[in-house]
Design a binder for this molecule. Structure first.
Ligand code: ATP
Length: 451
């Protein structure tokens, strides 16, 4: 196993594999791209869906206390005034006086009263003149393009959850504690989008707002903290690469009384993967005040009425995908060549298995292989077919996209060696090991690996 590649090199290899094999493409590529945007390709979209589906299963569907919504991205702008985003969702911006390149002041590593040197053109030292830059994208709803028609693209999906709190309570009458989960796009006009899909201007989030009695926030915080670690494990992130960072006073978002950042060892550095925040009753109280709506909860037993407090696990989909690709990317020596493979968890791998006839010009082999594929498709639809080139090349192609199993049908399957009739070769991605099994045995291997 050769795992000694320089990290910059690793990032380049991931970006290149992602493009070459149809996981992630630069956004608007034929027009020269658009900074901070990427498109998911045929395999990436399935990987993303698998991650989202697993999240929905663990964070919403397996639980009796969770509800889903899918709110509009465009919302009444008063929401973002009440939530504090119009006034405060900004990053500290500095601009090089020579090359005009813009940076986030908090990413320069310089104390606030010092001078700085431009990373782009080397100009400096110059005074650190910081101004606040609001990151919300603005657009206009309707035909008028004046300020009265300004709307924002949501900077977090949470807004659409808080504004539907009352609807969910009135329509489904959930008992506290309960939560609302949502997956969707969010938009941030990042000053310096960077590091592939790590810092995007258009991103996807998987968020839960979990409503509790004020006295019960700590218990819920701990439960969701554990849940986030379980999810990291479920998508295959090694525990050793996921770290918690208690965000100190003064550095938390304006709404939070406690935040833990889940950080990941990305190739470029350790940085934020997800966040877990205790948002108190900040949002519901602010929206109740600004909208005039009653956003409290009546406890039927005690007849007590109060504004619930909120725990928010917030998970970026794209940063999750980058963490998955980072930890799954492997190179090893197989035979006399270096092979590249993605050690993806079978649960999220876009292709679960590939079926192949040993030779494509032998109709008996092809027919049998087609039957085997049809049988395995009953376990999961993502069973690929490949009869191109030699078997070794077919295996390498699947290794590179993280397919956990390859199944080959040969003359023994047809009965050339009588005691091997109806058995196939099952080849394992990570070890390259092969074993001889019956088709029902292969089906049950695949089933148990992806459950
Ligand atoms: P950062 O400090 O890196 O800018 P943040 O603390 O502002 O991130 P949150 O507001 O907590 O991020 O957003 C919740 C989650 O959404 C993050 O943990 C991350 O997974 C994801 N996320 C936030 N901003 C981006 C972005 N620009 N590109 C991709 N994912 C993002």
């Amino acid at each position: 196993m050769m795992e000694c590649m320089a990290d910059q090199n690793l990032m380049e290899k991931i970006v290149s594999l992602a493009k070459r094999r149809g996981f992630v493409f630069p956004g608007s590529e034929i027009y020269g791209g658009l900074a901070g945007t990427y498109d998911y390709g045929p395999l990436g979209v399935v990987l993303k869906e698998n991650v989202e589906r697993l999240w929905l299963q663990m964070f919403r569907d397996d639980r009796d206390d969770m509800y889903g919504v899918d709110a509009a991205i465009l919302m009444n702008p008063k929401i973002w005034e009440a939530s504090g985003h119009v006034a405060g969702f900004s990053d500290p911006l500095v601009e090089c006086e020579k090359c005009k390149k813009r940076f986030r002041a908090d990413h320069l590593g310089a104390p606030s009263d010092s001078s700085w040197v431009c990373r782009e053109c080397g100009h400096g030292p110059m005074p650190l003149r910081v101004r606040q830059f609001n990151m919300m994208f603005k657009t206009h709803a309707g035909a008028a393009e004046d300020d009265s028609a300004t709307v924002y693209l949501r900077p977090e999906t949470a807004g659409g959850i808080f504004t539907n709190f009352k609807n969910v309570v009135d329509s489904l009458h959930p008992k506290l504690p309960f939560g609302i989960a949502q997956i969707g796009k969010a938009f941030r006009n990042e000053i310096a989008p960077r590091d592939f899909i790590f810092r995007l201007r258009e991103l996807s989030q998987m968020e839960v707002e979990y409503f509790v009695k004020p006295s019960e926030w700590e218990q819920a915080f701990e439960e969701w903290r554990k849940m986030m670690h379980l999810f990291a494990e479920a998508v295959g992130l090694p525990q050793s690469m996921v770290h918690e960072l208690e965000v100190p006073d003064g550095e938390r978002a304006h709404y939070s009384k406690r935040t833990i950042d889940f950080q990941f060892d990305y190739p470029f550095k350790r940085d934020e993967l997800w966040g877990l925040a205790y948002r108190t009753d900040f949002d519901l109280s602010a929206h109740a005040k600004a909208s005039g709506a009653e956003l409290s909860y009546l406890d039927e037993e005690t007849k007590e009425k109060f504004v619930p407090h909120v725990i928010e696990p917030s998970l970026g989909v794209d940063r999750t995908i980058l963490a998955i690709l980072t930890s799954a990317y492997k190179e090893d020596q197989m035979g006399d060549e270096t092979r590249t493979y993605l050690a993806l968890s079978p649960k999220i791998a876009p292709v679960k298995a590939m079926v192949s006839p040993l030779l494509k010009n032998k109709p008996e082999l092809v027919e049998k292989a087609r039957d085997v594929r049809a049988e395995l498709k009953k376990v999961h639809p993502a069973i690929a077919w490949d009869d191109n080139g030699n078997i070794g090349k077919r295996y390498r192609r699947q290794d590179e996209i993280g397919t956990p199993f390859c199944i080959t049908i040969d003359f023994d399957t047809l009965g050339e060696t009588p005691n091997l009739k109806d058995t196939v070769t099952l080849r394992h991605r990570d070890s390259g090991e092969q074993e001889r099994l019956t088709v029902p045995e292969v089906a049950s291997r695949i089933r148990s690996a992806i459950q």
